[in-house]
Design a protein around this ligand. Structure first.
Ligand code: APR
Length: 226
């Protein structure tokens, strides 16, 4: 399970760290349906800036280590990420789900159709549906919205195969109960719940092991003998 911290060493801003996005702007102004309704252009300018900045970022050794775990374990591996960036995919991860959506996807407000649009900056803000011309929104989960149900189904389907030996929770404050819940449910009673994070978080008390440090430095050490 990963959060914004796994992308920090790629130069992608986290949310709640010092200097994080929510320290720069009130999330209620850019990450709620009401904010979008009130000023779609303002919200899109914020996402367009993040989409453009992300283009210059590359996966870091932590992303590649997670992809190596998947390669070693195949269908015994599953990655649930809260991140909307595409760095896990660009590092080779295939067995993953984005519980908070994807920043390079947009959704037509009229038809509900979701499409990928990697142009950054976008030629016009807000973007328009190529099919019907209606306004499109970022395909990300905003505060007050339901988390991505396809990602929930993928996660529950993986958990239905049985508990796992090792659950890694990497680079997240674990601000949301469902993250802690899934981490605990996934762990086999004789398994290990391992947190990789420079700091302590809401999850730390539940972890069997807290590997204190940067994921880009710690994860490659764990996977070098895979
Ligand atoms: N390696 C590992 N962890 C790191 C690193 C690093 N190099 N740098 C920072 N971290 C940790 C921080 O200590 C913090 O615990 O990453 C975590 C980032 O926490 P947040 O910024 O709160 O990000 P996240 O937990 O992913 O937020 C979850 O909140 O607002 C929503 O949708 C947003 O998906 C996001 C969700």
């Amino acid at each position: 399970m990963t959060g914004a911290g796994v992308s920090a060493e790629s130069g992608v801003a986290t949310f709640r760290d010092s200097g994080g996005l929510w320290k720069q702007i009130d999330p209620m102004k850019v990450a709620t349906p009401e904010a979008f309704e009130a000023d779609p252009r303002f919200v899109w300018e914020w996402y367009d800036k993040r989409r453009t900045q992300l283009k210059d970022c590359s996966p870091n050794p932590g992303h590649y280590a997670v992809a190596a775990m998947e390669k070693a374990k195949d269908d015994g591996f599953f990655l649930l990420t809260q991140n909307v960036d595409d760095l896990h995919e660009r590092a080779g991860s295939l067995r993953l789900a984005h519980i908070h959506g994807k920043i390079y996807e947009v959704q037509c407000l009229q038809e509900g159709v979701i499409r990928e649009d990697r142009r950054a900056p976008l030629p016009e803000l807000p973007p328009r549906c190529p099919n019907c011309g209606a306004m499109e929104r970022p395909n990300v989960v905003w505060f007050g919205e339901q988390i991505d149900q396809n990602a929930v189904l993928a996660t529950e389907s993986f958990l239905s195969q049985g508990e796992v030996d090792v659950v890694f929770v990497i680079g997240t404050e674990a601000s949301f109960g469902y993250i802690i819940d899934w981490a605990q449910r996934a762990r086999h009673p004789k398994g290990a719940l391992i947190e990789v994070n420079p700091g302590r978080t809401t999850l730390t008390p539940y972890a069997d092991l807290h590997l204190q440090g940067k994921s880009g430095e710690i994860l490659p050490l764990l996977t070098q003998n895979l």
